[in-house]
Design a protein around this ligand. Structure first.
Ligand code: PRX
Length: 654
């Protein structure tokens, strides 16, 4: 593990206490929050048991809260039975069936309001269609869809019948899709003819066909939702339109009552080694923390219009689009496209037209919109907003202040939420009516979450501002269950470092004198590009799979908008290009990586060298490569370097 970023450089002293207006109208009073924190501290298990009884509708109530007999394979509420789709939809029908559940806006401007009653009917009908395609409890279903309401309907339908879904982000390539189809052993792929993004059509069906050219033997059915209406080819006997699959299906579908530890979904995420891993989440524990965080961090209320801009292909789109908000009876906004179509005012236009109250997005989007200037957001009525959130990467104080002043008009609290695909829901985040916020800090752990910073020996660091490993010391309900099909990888990645005692998040962090957490970055070879996790090894493997490439090393370099950009050093099989420049090949390699993984993984810079900098034992000196990528002077000792003479090439000076 590299420890480059255990050094802290950021110092930010501004504080923002909750405003009276917000506190006075918040769902949770200061006293009830104090009680929450205190009761969680007193007896963590009892606390979660009470929350689970209060927040979830059980068909059969659990008697055991936490089974730790096979720790760290913890099982929460496992002898209880429930259904996630029932908890999201059916229980809203009694009192507010006609309330809008989803406001959908397509990139071309089409808008649809879907009530809880209609959403329930659509989910049930599609669930019956899946059953009709022989999908059974425990079967895996891949969802490769645009960001449209039907993506949520497909997820909810799987949850209703106990099928385990795995959503693949629509921007991933055929190869990435194929890897996930094969790893899950999916029986069905749900996709669309295409989606609208950036003024273009994303060819989802064509990409699915490519992924299925060979292998993927388990896939018996491909269900295609007609979104764009452009021409696609259907393979007889395998492919069926969504509307045809629904023919003759009723809107009654009894939910499957499932043990609380039945897997709800798999979501693939990058690690420092090997292929992306399928993070497996549970039914009961996962939904519980999705709900509690909606209440605590988003202060969700009946009148809220909640918009989380994340795609359902990421964990944020699972917990804060498809599940958490619906389980709390909220109205959500789903937007299909990019923030810049038809112009950079689209997000603010959506907030104004749909009267969004709660807006949750990534720092990369905030920075990109900030760069365009204040004039655009100032031209919209943003007075419906009452709460803002950020997720995915550290937010720099400058962007935080802009978000606060220009978007929140100094009225809206900002919740900077730290969590991960693996944690399922927020772990460290402010409670907006309670926590004094500081720009750039995700503040403190939520009730029932025992987060700490420890040194290499696992001892808690108590010195203010000293960096260390971010760990979670006690199990929590929405924790991942395992890596799909690879228990050992779960143990190795998250638990081995501290001998099974603590969950290792993979981030470095520090706490300031007030005990606030400041995330400093990853401690492994994982990049965070625009809030998306990418393993350097994945990109290296993609590069090396190209005929001309013999070796590659990939590092991140700080980037104003994306947080980090991708910098690749490449050794070719043939001669190095003259002066290290070959624009045509560079272009080809960038496109190649896009087809291997997806456009988000395209290297921003590629530099050619005769060799990579290696120690005498053959280890690539990544730290040195990071320094060079930043354009900084080399200060570290290069005497252990086997081939010092390649340095000018790596620096682009030869
Ligand atoms: O490094 C942390 C960063 O994103 C990682 C998790 O990535 P992923 O599983 O893709 O989930 C992203 C959405 C939850 C973390 O290990 N990260 C996430 N939120 C924050 C953050 N870094 C700083 N501040 C945050 N609020």
């Amino acid at each position: 593990m590299s420890q480059d970023n255990i050094q802290s450089t950021l110092q930010e002293d501004r504080t923002f206490p909750p405003k009276h207006n917000f506190v006075n109208t918040a769902a949770l009073s200061v006293t009830s929050l104090e009680t929450l924190y205190a009761s969680a501290k007193q007896d963590n298990e009892l606390f979660w048991a009470e929350q689970a009884r209060q927040e979830l509708d059980w068909q059969h109530l659990f008697t055991t809260t936490l089974d730790d007999s096979k720790a760290p394979f913890y099982r929460w509420f496992h002898d209880g039975k429930l259904n996630v789709s029932y908890n999201c939809l059916d229980r809203q029908l009694k009192d507010h069936a006609d309330k809008t559940a989803i406001i959908f806006e397509g990139e071309p401007g089409d808008i649809e309001h879907i009530s809880y009653r209609v959403l329930h009917q659509r989910v049930c009908r599609f669930a019956n269609a899946l059953k009709n395609q022989d999908v059974k409890v425990g079967d895996r279903v891949i969802i490769y869809m645009p960001m449209i309401a039907e993506a949520v309907i497909a997820m909810q339908a799987c949850a209703r019948i106990g099928a385990i879904h795995s959503v693949v982000f629509g921007g991933f390539s055929a190869q990435s899709l194929k890897d996930r189809i094969e790893d899950t052993g999916a029986k069905v792929v749900i996709t669309a003819d295409g989606g609208h993004r950036g003024g273009k059509i994303i060819e989802l069906k064509a990409t699915t066909d490519l992924a299925l050219v060979e292998g993927c033997d388990n896939v018996k059915t491909v269900i295609i939702f007609k979104r764009t209406g452009h021409e696609v080819t259907l393979k007889p006997g395998r492919d069926i339109w969504w509307s045809d699959a629904e023919q003759g299906q009723t809107t009654d579908c009894e939910p499957e009552w499932l043990p609380a530890d039945h897997p709800l979904f798999l979501l693939y995420t990058s690690g420092s080694t090997g292929k992306p891993k399928g993070i497996q989440h549970s039914t009961g524990g996962y939904l519980l923390n999705a709900i509690t965080s909606m209440r605590w961090v988003f202060d969700i209320q009946a009148s809220d219009i909640f918009w989380c801009t994340a795609d359902v292909g990421w964990i944020t789109g699972h917990t804060y689009v498809a599940y958490g908000p619906l389980a709390t009876g909220a109205t959500i906004v789903i937007y299909e496209g990019v923030p810049t179509i038809p112009d950079a005012g689209r997000f603010w236009d959506i907030c104004q037209r749909h009267k969004v109250t709660t807006f949750y997005t990534a720092p990369t989007a905030i920075r990109a919109l900030m760069k365009i200037g204040d004039e655009i957001p100032n031209g919209y009525d943003l007075s419906s907003l009452r709460l803002l959130g950020t997720v995915g990467e550290p937010i720099n104080p400058k962007a935080w202040i802009w978000y606060h002043n220009i978007i929140g008009q100094q009225r809206c609290p900002i919740v900077d939420t730290w969590w991960q695909t693996e944690t399922g829901a927020h772990m460290i985040a402010p409670v907006p009516s309670f926590t004094i916020t500081k720009p750039g800090s995700c503040t403190k752990a939520l009730p029932g979450i025992d987060a700490a910073i420890v040194n290499e020996q696992g001892q808690e660091i108590t010195v203010a501002d000293e960096g260390g490993f971010l760990v979670i010391r006690k199990p929590w309900p929405s924790m991942m269950q395992t890596v799909w099909g690879d228990d050992q990888r779960y143990l190795d990645t998250y638990w081995d470092h501290f001998n099974g005692r603590y969950y290792l998040a993979g981030d470095s962090a520090r706490r300031d004198k007030d005990g606030y957490f400041w995330i400093m970055g990853r401690i492994d070879d994982v990049l965070n590009v625009s809030g998306h996790r990418l393993g350097t090894m994945e990109i290296e493997s993609a590069l090396v799979a190209h005929d001309n490439v013999s070796e590659a090393a990939v590092v991140g370099r700080p980037h104003d908008i994306k947080g980090e950009s991708i910098f690749a050093y490449v050794v070719l099989k043939g001669e190095r290009p003259t002066n290290g420049i070959d624009d045509q090949l560079t272009d080809e390699l960038r496109k190649w990586v896009a087809t291997q993984i997806g456009p988000i993984a395209k290297p921003d810079d590629i530099r050619y060298a005769d060799n990579l900098p290696k120690t005498r034992s053959g280890k690539i000196m990544r730290r040195l490569l990071r320094t060079i990528a930043k354009g900084e002077a080399i200060t570290q000792d290069t005497s252990t370097l086997e081939n010092e003479d390649i340095l000018p090439q790596l620096q682009g000076k030869a």
